[in-house]
Design a protein. Structure first.
Length: 49
């Protein structure tokens, strides 16, 4: 549970820094979803066979 909270906090801080630099919010959401899909895909392919 502690790791989940640390990752969530890290994502919030990283998102804040990226948005302050002027990144379009929809691009940020797309990048986050793409990275999440790439991280989860190997587990899904392994466990759902």
């Amino acid at each position: 549970m502690l790791l989940v909270q640390l990752f969530a906090t890290g994502m919030q801080l990283l998102s804040r820094v990226i948005l302050v630099q002027g990144t379009f919010i929809y691009a940020l959401n797309a990048y986050r979803n793409i990275v999440a899909a790439l991280c989860v895909a190997p587990f899904a392919l392994y466990f759902e066979r």
